[in-house]
Design a protein around this ligand. Sequence first.
Ligand code: HEM
Ligand SMILES: *[C@@H]1O[C@H](CO)[C@@H](O)[C@H](O)[C@H]1NC(C)=O
Ligand SMILES: *[C@@H]1O[C@H](CO)[C@@H](O)[C@H](O)[C@H]1NC(C)=O
Ligand SMILES: *[C@@H]1O[C@H](CO)[C@@H](O)[C@H](O)[C@H]1NC(C)=O
Ligand SMILES: *[C@@H]1O[C@H](CO)[C@@H](O)[C@H](O)[C@H]1NC(C)=O
Length: 402
Amino acid sequence: MNAFASPASLTSVVPVFFLFLILFITHPVHSERCTLCSEAFMMTAKHRNVTCRRKLMTLDAELGWRVSSFNSQWTRIDVVFGARLRSDTGWLAWGVNPLPKPQMIGTRAVIGIRQPNGTLSTNTYNITSDTKMGCHLLPTAVDVEVRDTEASYIEEEQYFTLSATVIVPDSGYNISKLNHVWQVGEEADGMEPKKHPMTLQNFDSTETRNLWSGESEDVGRKNHQSYLRKVHGILNMIGWGTFLPIGVIIARYFRKHPFHLKNWWFKIHVMCQILGYFVGTAGWAIGLILGTKSPYYIFHVHRWLGIFIFTFTTLQMLALRLKPSVNDEYRKYWNMYHHLLGYALLAVIILNMFHGIAILKPDNAVWNWVYIGILVLLSGVALILEIHTWIKFLNDRNGSKK
Ligand code: HEM
Ligand SMILES: *[C@@H]1O[C@H](CO)[C@@H](O)[C@H](O)[C@H]1NC(C)=O
Ligand SMILES: *[C@@H]1O[C@H](CO)[C@@H](O)[C@H](O)[C@H]1NC(C)=O
Ligand SMILES: *[C@@H]1O[C@H](CO)[C@@H](O)[C@H](O)[C@H]1NC(C)=O
Ligand SMILES: *[C@@H]1O[C@H](CO)[C@@H](O)[C@H](O)[C@H]1NC(C)=O
């Protein structure tokens, strides 16, 4: 069977593969200065006289503002906020947060809602921990003053703009490090905005910005985080998503039927599982680090499935040391357990991979196609081998009948 790669040649291919991938993931530079703001946004920005304009890091949102002194204790911010809203009903929110770090809870927000009949309503809302837990979010007065609120929706571009004059007290809000939060939701009921989607873009829509200089404090950190996320995704896709299933295919089709690789199948199987396990664990560990870096949100399902996968693959790896010997009477049951857990793990891995990719909505298309490509390739190979096994089995049976 010299048509198959020996473990030695496989180990030399792997580093090259990694190098290629690392080169492939370059740091994304989130555009800062908004040189190409959308026309819809610029219309309102001109009308509102805002002097500073920036593209925000998520949700394709754009922010424009002008700061002026209101009186000795208050500062006036003329603000324009815009983003695409694709659904018929939905809402757009922008707000300031007096807490030490920008986050959803504590935000004093202006929210514009697009009603099903096309009318636009705007109001102020006090976002509290109750809101996050799912209590109705209804308009209230807030401790910043909001005047001249306007909303506009441009049908052709599906672009929603919100503009207002926000007057903030100097105690509590520091213009040179203002915590602000933005959000886009796709559901509303009258004056009540309903929960926004639960994707990364919706969670990363906070920052601390110096409104005098225009610079955001978070750009470096967020770029680093987005780099780590890519490494996390790639390592998991290679480790859990590629090597582990290849190892299973080797064990299923090269142990006895249809191909008999004598001692090789076991060596290749173990090597694939060890490689998959270590690469996957590295990706998993980066995932845990990413989790600690976002104190205000957790992707519960993705996280628990990841912990489950890690725990039970560790158990599978213990097979290297703990499996009963070939002659042991328990070996039959042990084999059954090892195989069943193996297939179950593949299913959970596939589930969690798609779960993780969905978190990246709406820019998850490339990830989706790459992973679907891997799955199609692997299951194609498995299908061919399965059919081959059956043909061989039937032929052998017919042969023995004659
Ligand atoms: C309308 C009702 C709303 C509900 C039910 C809701 C619910 C939630 C939930 C459950 C999370 C994720 C928590 C987690 O996974 O740990 C979250 C995160 C977040 N939401 Fe909301 N939300 C609402 C409105 C808003 C509004 C109006 C804004 C913006 C002004 C906003 C901004 C954020 C941000 C920035 C995050 C990221 C985590 C954080 O900073 O706390 N949300 N929301
Ligand atoms: C914008 O500035 C122009 C001229 O500087 C002024 O006439 C106009 O009233 C201002 N508009 C607003 C909304 O402040
Ligand atoms: C549209 O709906 C809103 C809320 O449901 C209502 O307040 C408003 O009067 C309606 N506008 C028109 C033009 O029907
Ligand atoms: C808004 O909510 C905060 C708690 O997050 C509370 O301290 C504050 O008094 C509320 N403001 C108003 C006007 O209700
Ligand atoms: C606002 O923040 C800047 C920069 O951190 C700091 O130098 C300044 O003292 C702060 N101003 C107030 C009023 O806290």
